[in-house]
Design a protein around this ligand. Structure first.
Ligand SMILES: [Cu+2]
Length: 680
């Protein structure tokens, strides 16, 4: 069973335990002695089943069960055991001698077990990992309060100095004054109230703002601080390179989709995707960003491209947002070959979805290819996938999804997922190689066919094959009528017939961790890291920009309350990324590719795999590492952009680097350029 399936089973069993104990208590209150015994047996069995599911889940990692083992199960176990041992015999007695009745104390015990089960479940859904003292105290006082209130209601007519071992119908006498029972109630209430208050108080305790990952803290004498504003790219191309200048103007515009449908989009230069940026290694890329009428403001982030931090386009962190009428010039050298893309990083959950993105492709020197012309013997297509108003579009820069190529043409398809959710691709009609992932070449990738490819939100794959003399179809999300078509060119230069696409939906998914051939890497799973950060991804109640919300969380917190990760230049940094939730999180670190070490404890066995966006699916645990060689303050976030907006975003900060901007990348602005303030 996968960890995700185990998580679901555990949720179901937890819910059943709430239902079973509550039903047992309610039935006892109704004096249904026969039924209540059967329900009690069911409740005990479900509780034992819960212990079993948690035990199995614990084998997948402590992160998945911590709050259940430390709080949920002990609470339920104690309450359930008390209910079974104390109330159980009385239920038997009540069944044997119906006129004895079920005592109120038994009803209270059984219902309290129900409250304990419920409290454990609520803590799992609202708090998750890590468990806090605050959550534990609030949950305990919730259960105690429930027990006391129930005792009051159930035993209302009774007020004796004896214990409650008398059925409500049999209250023999009343004793005026301050009885032992009332005293116990008051004392219990006081303890419960103070416990709960302490728990709520702890919620507001300030926490560490920086995590060091086991490495040293901020150096006391770091020398002169470096500002991200000074970490800018080179102003000149490398010898032999050229200056590639672009002006991108963000503006609202009507865009015609390949289907002919027109939509209102947010665009660069009136088009979505924006202008394709291409360069050869060594060129200088110079992009002037202007904003006409995007009230949210815009920036340009070079996704997967390891630019100097000042060019990274994180609003409020590496630059001020470009408001309507504003301008910002990005300059950096094209030093990495491969397939990348750019997009706004300001309110990106809206901006990217509406069209503020484009492609960035850098080719090696001497290998310039005509990007959509097969007459050179090569066909190189850059294919961003994007969902506009619910319509999934895949097309090259000219909006074409149909091409012809003479058989024997070397074809490269550069797939770019500009959406937040993963897409599934299948290439029918030819075998192929995945030659690059996230722009970085794989080592000796083998020929594959009849395999599905899952591309994470933000990720890129380069597929290479030789055009056969039969048609080829790139199938997107199992839609066999859409996607991309490549037709072999006949001798007279006309396209062949439309391909009949076979059903690709059952093709197994290619596992990139086992694809290609191992090769030497600068560090690997056995290397000693200087810093190790664990990020547990989940949903829960957390503060988002000063307001409580049901957030997408990292270690129980939401942006901007997640501690910064501190690194020093040269550190080998390791991330453990754990997904406790039932949603996929494509994890994206700015400024550095990470080397994938393992997934679910299984080491990578194929080619070295460097990624900038890796899909952490429900229940998965990924180990990745990178060398901190690009000083700055970098966003580190889920690239499902609505998730990032709902809190799943933090900063990775190099020691000694400061920002003159307001310091917290935030997506809740109203669109005007933010005021400058100094943050240290
Ligand atoms: Cu996510």
């Amino acid at each position: 069973m996968t960890t995700a399936q185990l998580i679901v089973v555990d949720h179901v069993v937890a819910l059943l335990s709430v239902a079973a104990w509550s039903a047992t208590g309610a039935t006892a209150a109704a004096q249904r002695a026969r039924l209540v015994l059967g329900l009690l047996a069911a409740a005990v069995l479900v509780t034992l089943a819960r212990v079993a599911t948690v035990a199995v889940l614990a084998g997948r990692g402590w992160w998945f069960v911590q709050e259940k083992v430390l709080l949920g199960l002990p609470m339920l176990g104690a309450a359930g055991l008390a209910a079974a041992l104390i109330a159980g015999p009385r239920l038997f007695a009540a069944r044997r001698t119906p006129k004895v009745g079920i005592p109120a104390s038994s009803v209270v015990l059984l219902l309290t077990a129900g409250y304990a089960a419920l409290a454990g479940l609520v803590v799992t859904f609202l708090v998750g990992y890590p468990l806090t003292w605050s959550a534990a105290l609030i949950a305990c006082s919730f259960v105690c309060a429930g027990a006391l209130l129930t005792a009051r209601v159930v035993a209302a007519p009774v007020d004796t100095t004896d214990d409650a071992d008398i059925a409500p119908t049999q209250a023999p006498h009343r004793q005026p004054g301050f009885s032992r029972r009332r005293f116990m109630g008051l004392a219990g209430g006081a303890v419960m109230a103070s416990t709960g208050t302490t728990g709520v108080g702890l919620l507001f305790t300030p926490t560490e703002s920086t995590a060091t990952g086991g490495g040293p803290g901020r150096s006391s004498s770091p020398g002169p601080a470096v500002s991200v504003a000074d970490l800018r790219g080179s102003g000149a191309p490398a010898p032999g390179g050229t200056r590639r200048q672009y002006v991108l103007t963000a503006q609202t515009a009507t865009v015609r989709l390949p289907s002919g449908r027109e939509i209102q989009a947010w665009t660069f230069n009136g088009q979505a995707p924006g202008p394709a940026i291409t360069a050869t290694v060594g060129d200088l890329i110079e992009v002037t960003l202007r904003n006409t009428d995007i009230d949210d403001g815009v920036t340009l982030h070079w996704h997967g491209y390891d630019v100097p931090c000042g060019e990274d386009g994180a609003p409020g962190v590496t630059q001020d947002v470009v408001a309507p009428g504003g301008e910002f010039v990005y300059r950096f050298r094209a030093e990495q070959v491969g397939t990348y893309w750019y997009h706004t990083h300001q309110a990106s959950h809206r901006g990217v979805r509406r069209g503020l993105y484009g492609t960035l492709v850098v080719t090696p020197r001497g290998q310039q290819v005509d990007h959509a012309d097969a007459s050179t013997g090569q066909l190189d297509l850059t294919l961003p996938v994007h969902t506009f108003d619910g319509v999934v579009v895949i097309a090259d820069q000219d909006g074409r999804a149909d091409h012809t190529a003479p058989p024997g043409t070397r074809v490269r398809l550069r797939l770019i997922n500009t959406d937040s959710d993963p897409h599934r691709f299948a290439l029918a009609g030819t075998s192929f190689r995945v030659t690059a992932v996230d722009g970085r070449d794989l080592n000796k990738p083998g020929e594959v066919s009849d395999a599905g490819l899952r591309l994470p939100g933000g990720g890129r794959y380069d597929l290479v094959f030789v055009m056969p003399d039969t048609p080829v179809a790139l199938v997107l999300d199992n839609d066999h009528t859409g996607g991309l078509r490549l037709h072999p060119e006949d001798h007279d230069g006309t396209a062949g017939a439309d391909p009949v696409v076979e059903d690709t939906s059952g093709w197994p998914e290619l596992d990139l961790l086992r694809y290609g051939t191992p090769a030497a890497v600068p560090f690997d799973a056995g290397s000693r890291s200087d810093r190790h950060f664990t990020m547990v991804l989940d949903r829960g109640v957390a503060m988002l920009d000063g307001r409580p919300a049901y957030a997408q969380t990292v270690n129980g917190r939401g942006h901007p309350s997640i501690p910064d990760q501190l690194v020093a230049e040269g550190d080998l940094v390791r991330f453990t990324v754990v997904n406790r939730s039932l949603e996929t999180h494509p994890w994206h670190l700015h400024g550095h590719p990470v080397l994938i070490l393992s997934r679910n404890s299984t080491p990578r066995s194929g080619s070295p795999l460097w990624m900038d966006t890796f899909d952490v699916r429900p229940g998965e645990v990924w180990e990745v590492a990178f060398r901190a060689t690009n000083p700055g303050i970098w966003m580190n976030h889920c690239h499902n952009l609505p998730h990032a907006h709902q809190g799943m975003m933090l900063r990775l900060c190099y020691d000694g680097v400061t920002t003159p901007f307001d310091g917290s990348h935030t997506a809740h602005e109203t669109g005007t350029a933010r005021g400058r303030s100094h943050v240290h």
